[in-house]
Ligand binder design. Structure first.
Ligand code: CP
Ligand code: NVA
Length: 304
């Protein structure tokens, strides 16, 4: 029984296997052929935060694989009324085959996993968003081939997405250049752990330096869910960290642009970039579905 709380919960070989399965299942789907590897299986999806892509991709993915997904909003379950995580994990995992959780503290998914009898998937915490990186690497490789040895530039907040790009550097072997303002850099412990496992990550406070030689440029909102009160101070701190045409011009000419979405045009990215020719954000969003089907298949059909 395996959990997927961060990318480092699977080996590089397993991460590769998940993407290979995803590619095969996607190809078959596009040919009109179903993959029903999860007949009769159920995924419980706990959401403490809003979601469009994560909810729809997991729910649709389970349905397409022959299973079923339950949407459990914390506000309408006993979790929202203070039932302990341990008790909820024991009860839910006695009925469903897998649990996906989107919440605030990473310790919540860790505790849930500790008491769960079935695999637990992190659908985003304040610390990491590993499912998104599966989709992002999948998308890069669909457009440009192997990501190993390529350079990824992260511009902006050292947030959950940045952390998952850091972990992804271990799993997928790309070089990562991060440009963040002082005070908003990625978590030092997470960075040190990934570096110890071989991640090639550099930090700067100059976006132009970060995108120099980049094959992929990516960013995220300046204020993540739960940080809405910090919007104004963050707008000031990140003012020089917008991905715009000037920044993209310093990346490699065939560089792609990605954003996990939702995006704020005019803040972390200009419309000219996100809606421009280098952007693959719509393919990236669709690939949440395909990459997670690979993950679910890996965790639930006996490979995990
Ligand atoms: N990228 C992402 O996780 O989107 P949602 O918040 O809509 O799920
Ligand atoms: N960093 C963002 C990602 C949303 C998918 C957030 O946590 O709100």
């Amino acid at each position: 029984m395996r959990h997927f709380l961060t990318l480092l919960d699977v080996t590089s070989e397993e991460a590769r296997y998940i993407l290979k399965r995803a590619a095969k299942i996607k190809r078959k789907l596009k040919e009109g052929k179903a993959t029903r590897s999860l007949e009769g299986k159920t995924l419980g999806m706990i959401f403490d935060k809003a979601s469009t892509r994560t909810r729809v991709s997991f729910e649709t993915g389970m349905f397409q694989l022959g299973g079923h997904a339950l949407f459990l909003h914390s506000g309408t379950t006993q979790l929202g009324r203070g039932e302990p995580i341990e008790d909820s994990a024991r009860v839910l995992s006695s009925m469903v085959d897998c649990v996906m959780i989107r919440t605030f503290g990473h310790d919540i998914v860790q505790k849930f996993a500790e008491y769960s009898a079935v695999p637990v998937i992190n659908g985003l915490t304040d610390l990491t968003h590993p499912c998104q990186i599966l989709a992002d690497v999948f998308t890069y490789e669909e457009h440009r081939g192997p990501i190993e040895g390529k350079t990824v530039a992260w511009i902006g907040d050292g947030n959950n997405m940045a952390h998952s790009w850091v972990n992804g550097a271990v799993s997928f072997g790309y070089k990562l250049k991060i440009a963040s303002p002082e005070g908003y850099r990625p978590d030092e412990k997470l960075l040190a752990a990934a570096t110890a496992l071989g991640a090639d990550v550099s930090l700067t406070n100059d976006p132009i330096e970060a995108v120099d030689g980049a094959d992929l440029v990516t960013t995220d909102v300046w204020a993540s869910m739960g940080q809405e009160d910090e919007q104004l101070e963050r707008e000031k701190a990140f003012a020089g960290f917008q991905v715009n045409d000037r920044v993209m011009a310093h990346a490699n000419p065939d560089a792609l642009f990605m954003h996990c979405l939702p995006a704020h045009r005019g803040e972390e990215v200009t419309a000219s970039v996100i809606d421009g020719p280098q952007s693959v954000v719509w393919a990236e969003a669709e690939n949440r579905l395909h990459a997670q089907k690979g993950l679910l298949d890996f965790l639930l059909s006996g490979q995990g």
